[in-house]
Write a protein that binds this ligand. Structure first.
Ligand code: FCB
Length: 462
């Protein structure tokens, strides 16, 4: 660390962090569409994000993922950077339209070969691959056929998953079916701010169900064919939902936010039923979740782990505008990141402890946590990001605090390895531990990346 750099970790946080066991799993995370580029290469077909990013006004600055971090061409060098961070795990996602262009049919060998090489490259460098099957890049043809609101998409997902599984199951031990089904269903089909950009609550509720069904179908089929020691899970984005005051209206708004944001997924996946209050809230808006016989048993097939993505918590007021409970979120008045997300590490602890109490016996991994800030590189490209380093430090300490309170959290993966295509925000928001100069594609490890590396080493050796 350079002499001019100020300390970012409080001694209380540093004590918590060093209380983590040496066996704790450390990683970095990315997603296919956000980093790969090469969207027309080796037989890849368009995904809903290729289409959505062409819609005028959908993405800041009219950005798209055509080139992104050019990772498809720079993969070995990027794996070398992962090694330099000294993490033991790399969480990445596979692009469905590379494996099964147009969403159906046999494996596209040229697309599959990329992930085959990636897995080999990781293993050769002693990095454990943690594979996510779906991080939002649905083949466009499947959206044209109805997308996630259509039941058949769940079966298409299971078929696709088996193509990837059959090829990589000899080398990949950790499989995540879906990343953040809440974002796919709500931002994609209800709020219209992510691909495919629809605005229909009924479609959103059907999407939730078919995403969960797809998860269950895929997991059952993969498990039947799995070598011993293979773990399966799902990643959910979750936060806390507090009432702004103790009034009935505020408490009800918080309950609804938690119902649609957390319990509609966790209760169904873990306990095998949709929460009654959520079903009633939806019914009051004329919406029914399209459950068929046997679906809930499939959806609640046992998980080996729960992936938790945490960025912030929210509080809710019953007095807000609009029918959507998201409209009723009111700030706590705390400092925010460049996304406008409030920095609330104590809510992270609260969430993890709550999950461990409500759903006991399920190991958790933090599959994403991180922050965007307005980075200012020096002439060499180095970013002295004390803000991001501070975020990282306080949130890893929050995980350690949750463990001390009994939450079974076994690993932490920072979002993200690289600055990348941040969905509707395009390249304007930077989450990387490593800076990407999009003009030259040059990578430079930021201060946060160096701090992360040193912290991992310290915990491992303590
Ligand atoms: C999560 C997404 C991830 C990234 C972060 C900032 O919701 O899973 O791809 O965009 O937010």
């Amino acid at each position: 660390m350079e002499a001019t750099e100020t300390a970012v970790t409080t001694s209380a946080d540093s004590e918590l962090i060093t209380s983590l066991p040496s066996s704790f799993r450390w990683g970095v995370a990315t997603a296919s569409y956000q980093i790969e580029g090469a969207v027309t290469e080796d037989g890849r077909s368009p995904s809903i994000w290729d289409t959505f990013s062409r819609v005028p006004g959908a993405i800041d600055n009219g950005d798209n993922g055509d080139v992104a971090c050019d990772h498809y061409h720079r993969m070995p060098a990027d794996v070398e950077l992962i090694r330099q961070l000294d993490v033991d795990t790399y969480r990445f996602s596979v692009a469905w339209p590379r494996i099964q262009p147009h969403g159906r049919g046999p494996v596209n060998e040229a697309g599959m070969a990329f992930y085959d090489r990636l897995v080999d490259e990781l293993l050769a460098k002693g990095i454990d691959p943690w594979l996510t099957l779906y991080h939002w890049d649905l083949p466009q043809e499947l959206e044209d056929a109805g997308g996630w609101p259509e039941r058949d998409t769940a079966f298409r997902f299971a078929d696709y998953s088996m193509l990837v599984f059959d090829r990589l199951k000899d080398r990949v031990r950790h499989w995540t079916t879906l990343n953040e089904p809440w974002c796919s269903a709500m931002h994609g089909y209800v709020h219209g701010i992510m691909a495919p950009g629809r605005r229909d609550l009924g479609a959103g509720a059907a999407a939730v169900h078919h995403l969960l069904l797809g998860h269950g179908l895929a997991m059952q089929r993969m498990r039947e064919a799995a070598p011993e020691g293979t773990d399966f899970g799902i990643t959910l984005n979750m936060g806390t939902a507090d009432p702004e005051t103790d009034s009935d209206a505020d408490r009800d708004a918080a309950r609804r936010a938690d119902g649609m944001g957390v319990r509609i997924y966790t209760d169904t996946l873990i306990n095998g039923h949709y929460p009654e209050d959520v079903v009633e809230d939806l019914a009051a808006q004329g919406v029914r979740i399209p459950v068929q016989d046997g679906d809930l048993a499939t959806i609640s097939s046992p998980l080996d782990f729960l992936g938790v993505n945490y960025y912030f918590g929210q509080q809710y007021s019953g007095a807000g505008e609009g029918p959507d409970v998201e409209d009723k979120a009111v700030p706590f008045g705390r400092p925010v990141t460049a996304m406008g997300w409030e920095i609330l590490p104590e809510k992270f602890t609260e969430l993890l402890v709550r999950l461990s109490k409500d759903y006991p016996g399920l190991p958790m991994y933090i599959t994403e946590n991180g922050s965007a800030f307005e980075d200012v590189p020096d002439e060499s490209g180095y970013v002295n990001d004390s803000d991001r380093t501070g975020y990282l430090s306080s949130h890893i300490a929050a995980v350690a605090a949750a463990r001390q309170a009994g939450a079974d959290v076994r690993g932490y993966f920072a979002w993200s390895l690289l600055d990348n295509f941040e969905w509707a925000y395009g390249y304007a928001k930077r989450f990387g531990l490593i800076r990407v100069d999009y003009e030259t594609q040059e990578r430079t490890i930021k201060r946060s990346g160096l701090w992360y590396r040193d912290t991992i080493r310290q915990v491992r050796n303590s």
